[in-house]
Design a protein around this ligand. Structure first.
Ligand code: ATP
Length: 514
């Protein structure tokens, strides 16, 4: 069980240990931007690699791309972002603090306010006498604010050189659709995946990494035949998967979320299509595969008034953060909206030929799992953070990150300095396979503590007996148990431990501890 800490404490811990720094802090910082430090960049890369392996490399039906951040500006006209990618802004008439309207309403009135228009927000502010939370003065009129960052392409800043930093990775998957389908010889159903940066000029970035102005997304557009939204060949693999479900009806009746099997949610018509059920369960399973606590997640259906106009049904995968249940991943059934928009605006044919029915079809995106990397990073950190005040032996933080994503997999220590050369030999043999840290300074207990705090799952100690018995001790971060392992078996044993193929106690000869 993780130890609950608030978001500010997490930010401080991440900074102290080299996971995340506020961007350009020596110049006073810039709100909504962060730098990943030595450990943070390793952890973030591991999360992205785990996502890519699970969603792309381990599957036959999904291929990946890596598109450009700046595209032709017409892409964002066709997608609707130039006209509609807005949040409603409220500004204090006195201290000039700015708030995102729906977030302020949600915080003050504890109601769902995502998607409310400026008029609705103005009404709610007046009806409920909501003032500036900071200085208590009246708020000004709510007004829409487009979140896209603008730039100019080429040496002249003019109206016709305006371009945008992409606010999501998704559109490139539609724009390159025809090429990708042909090159990868894709047949429906199939998905296109991408990981990359996105930029949003958020009105009030807050909660550390949760809402940034520059962030990364891991997204899939999953395409199906328009008439086959229930024809999901993978459904069996998730039917008995359990998850907390919070449907529109439950929200309107003020009921709590309820744990149920995907099969039940589909049979009761709560989740409308088999494909949507499959993807919601699959995304939950991805987090669980990396060690996250399953019961801290729920799927929440968008209310009719909150849903985008083109979406048939939208669910968010939410996580119970210390600052409340929040969206981790959005998953809309976008139908053929995006492809049709790009067909209309580019005047290019983006349809596919249905061999069976001998006609052209425009595939539907039955689900668009859209995950923020930085929010996934936060989940992993909150789930891993442990500090037990009752633990007499370990009065430090133990970061119980799943070994698969831990930034450093193995710590290698000589018990005393005169064994350094021997321990280094072990380090040299391991470092090509795993991210390793060699640590010779301080008492062994201190070195274990340092390793625990940054989540190193296994520490290998070369001691006085090692030269004789050609063995070393592996210590397990989570249990502090130790096993003795032959040096010649070390690589293999560590690999099996990291991927979860063997239990620690069976990894070698268990050492009795006093
Ligand atoms: P929110 O309602 O929290 O602003 P959204 O519904 O606008 O999010 P989407 O457009 O669905 O978000 O983006 C997909 C995912 O990208 C989100 O679920 C989240 O994980 C991530 N994301 C979006 N905006 C941000 C941000 N400002 N900072 C970090 N991650 C973000």
């Amino acid at each position: 069980m993780a130890t609950p800490i608030n978001i500010d404490k997490m930010a401080t811990f991440c900074k102290q240990k080299g996971f995340i720094y506020p961007s350009s802090e020596i110049y006073g910082g810039i709100s909504g931007f962060f730098d990943y430090g030595p450990l943070g960049s390793e952890l973030k890369n591991n999360i992205k690699q785990a996502w890519w392996k699970f969603h792309v490399q381990d599957r036959e039906d999904i291929v990946g791309i890596d598109g450009s951040i700046i595209t032709h500006p017409k892409v964002w006209v066709a997608s609707g972002h130039v006209e509609n990618f807005e949040d409603v802004m409220l500004e204090c008439t006195k201290c000039r603090e700015r708030y995102r309207g729906d977030v302020l309403i949600e915080d003050m009135l504890k109601i769902q306010a995502d998607g409310l228009k400026a008029d609705d927000i103005n009404k709610l502010v007046k009806q409920n006498n909501i003032n500036c939370p900071k200085c208590k003065s009246p708020l000004g009129e709510a007004a829409p604010f487009n979140l896209m960052f603008q730039t100019n392409v080429g040496p002249k800043a003019a109206k016709d050189s305006v371009a945008y930093l992409r606010p999501e990775t998704a559109q490139v998957m539609f724009v390159d659709f025809k090429y990708i389908v042909e090159n990868a010889r894709l047949k429906l159903p199939f998905g296109i995946a991408q990981i990359g940066r996105a930029f949003r000029n958020e009105i009030s970035p807050r909660n550390f990494l949760f809402r940034c102005r520059e962030f990364e997304q891991m997204e899939i557009e999953y395409f199906i035949h328009p008439e086959k939204s229930n024809d999901c060949p993978f459904l069996k693999s998730v039917e008995s998967h359990e998850i907390f479900v919070w449907s529109e009806e439950m929200q309107k009746k003020k009921q709590k979320e309820k744990k149920m099997k995907i099969k039940e949610a589909l049979e009761k018509g709560i989740i409308k299509t088999a494909w949507h059920g499959y993807w919601l369960a699959t995304e939950h399973k991805w987090f669980i595969s990396l060690g996250a606590d399953p019961d801290k997640f729920r799927i929440r259906q968008h209310l009719s008034e909150e849903k985008s106009h083109y979406a048939l049904d939208t669910w968010d995968l939410e996580y119970n953060f210390p600052f409340g249940w929040k969206e981790l991943q959005g998953m809309a059934n976008r139908t053929d909206f995006d492809l049709q928009q790009h067909i209309k605006h580019s005047k290019k044919d983006l349809s596919l030929f249905d061999e069976q029915e001998k006609k052209k079809i425009v595939p539907h995106v039955v689900a668009e799992p859209s995950q923020g990397v930085d929010r996934a990073f936060l989940v992993m950190m909150f789930d891993a953070y442990n500090q037990d005040p009752k633990d007499k032996e370990r009065d430090w933080v133990v970061l119980k990150l799943n070994p698969k994503i831990a930034p450093i997999k193995v710590g290698i220590f000589p018990l005393v300095n005169k064994l350094e050369d021997d321990a280094r030999e072990v380090y040299e043999s391991l470092k090509t396979l795993f991210t390793c840290q060699f640590d010779r300074s301080g008492a062994i207990g201190r070195r274990y503590a340092r390793a625990d705090e940054i989540g190193i799952p296994y520490c290998v100690t070369f001691d006085f007996d090692s030269r004789e018995d050609k063995s070393v001790t592996i210590r397990d971060r989570d249990s502090t148990k130790q096993v003795r392992v032959k040096i010649e078996d070390l690589k293999n044993t560590l690999y099996q431990l990291i991927v979860g193929e063997i239990e620690f106690e069976k990894a070698g000869k268990l050492i009795k501890q006093k």
